[in-house]
Write a protein that binds this ligand. Sequence first.
Ligand SMILES: Cc1cc2nc3c(=O)[nH]c(=O)nc-3n(C[C@H](O)[C@H](O)[C@H](O)COP(=O)(O)OP(=O)(O)OC[C@H]3O[C@@H](n4cnc5c(N)ncnc54)[C@H](O)[C@@H]3O)c2cc1C
Length: 516
Amino acid sequence: MNRKANIDRVVKQTQWDVVIIGGGASGLGIAVDAAQRGYRTLLLEQHDFAKGTSSRSTKLVHGGVRYLQNGDVSLVIEALKERGLMKRNAPHLVRDMSFVIPIYSWWNGPFYSIGLKIYDMMAGDLGLGKSQWLDKTETTRLIQNVNEHELRGGVVYHDGQFDDARMAISLALTADQQGACVLNYTQVTGLIQEDGLVCGLHFVDHLSGQKHAIRSNVVINATGVFSDTIMKMDEPEAQDRITPSQGIHLVLDREFLQGSHAIMIPQTTDGRVLFAVPWHDHVILGTTDTLIDSAALEPQALDQEIDFVLNNAAQYMHKKPKRSDVKSVFAGLRPLAASAAKDGKTKEISRHHKVHVSTSGLVSVLGGKWTTYRKMAEDTLNAAAMVGGLDTKKCKTKKLKLFGHQKDLSFEDPLHVYGTERETLMAQGPEDHNVSLSNIFYISVNQILYSIRHEMAITLEDIIARRVRCLFLDAKETLRLLPRIAHIMAQELNRDEHWEAQELEKTEQLVKNYIL
Ligand SMILES: Cc1cc2nc3c(=O)[nH]c(=O)nc-3n(C[C@H](O)[C@H](O)[C@H](O)COP(=O)(O)OP(=O)(O)OC[C@H]3O[C@@H](n4cnc5c(N)ncnc54)[C@H](O)[C@@H]3O)c2cc1C
């Protein structure tokens, strides 16, 4: 995946079959599918791949027990199937995780036992493991920190867990392998229309400042919470179709959740569920659901959201987390596809995705979840092929192994996310380049070099946030390491001291937002 070669390709090739705006889960999934079908495919991302919502999820590959509670059966069946496919096609990134639901009231026991048996049945052949009722002793054995006051028992069930930004990078690499041209730091600034139909777009390359115009049979808008902006480039009077809803996560030391299980807290004070999930030797606590007025690339956690997560977690954990225990805080915006009700308020806020085709032929994919990215891509491309008059070709991504596909590796190994590329990464430099720069998380010189040479990492932020996940694990420790990482980058990229100082200053500001 070479950015310079890809820019050269865009300069030479001005006509494409499919151009995708947005390099998150939705856009990257579409790029993989389109390239595999044999379409000339270009993807443009304004910042880095997965800079938006796709690096800020709870990291679950799940059917959504909560949606079952709401009676959204079709969404759960679809997501359970996709959960199984995602694990099969990216076994180096998705793992089986057991979740324990502690039960405190007598009626919750049968409610969850039966509900989760149905959840297991819905997964069919792609199931991960059977759910099971636990007595109080077993529950406290599995979650050693659980609050035992009035605890009646628990239920254990299985779902998937993954590294979201690493999955995005793997999708970008897979798309590249299939022949797509993928570019980060390229922002779409306008659409080109002829005879009332969208036939291309303008974009700016943020690294060179150069502006480009390209033509395409079909343009796909996969910009998540920014979808309305692109839809308004097409039809200035278009109604808003996305309601951004913010969710925050707090990251704690692993000691707050001993054992290998995650906890699902079934009923928070606002009636939602809260997760405590082990991730890269830390624990993620989340999330919230706060309607927000406008989309942003760096959303900020609100004080009341932080208190909400800490207070609800404290009710279930023996060792109660405090603000000072938080190692990193991050917020993401759900791109909920909302349809306006008659009273003008957003009524239906569904997790289902929608494919919208405007009268001028702009195809937009709205809503959805990470877990269902493959199905979203399939549905979007089926519609796009018709709109663009492309040869009909069947989707084959159900069985497509993603870049790095490797089974039977140890998830305890911090390099498991690279799958088959682990050895190549470790051979980027001498043996001592594999020693971690930190005692808190694993980050090596070889990882930094590999990210630059093979994964299109351009900035210091790309490395700490999305190639290695240290910003999301421990922001203070990441801040301490920044000068060292910036220096390694400057040497590899042949940059001067001015570049290094600028990168440091800008990234320090960003990292501070992740520290409570
Ligand atoms: C708090 C939270 C927790 C979640 N947890 C889970 C979970 O555990 N499991 C799960 O399955 N799902 C989860 N989700 C949902 C999932 O993360 C999202 O559905 C998914 O990441 C959305 O991907 P996307 O590609 O549509 O949007 P994004 O990832 O936001 O990507 C859109 C991209 O478009 C780019 N863009 C915008 N404008 C332009 C332009 N003009 N030119 C070029 N590029 C542009 C943006 O920079 C951005 O990178 C969660 C969501 C949130 C908010």
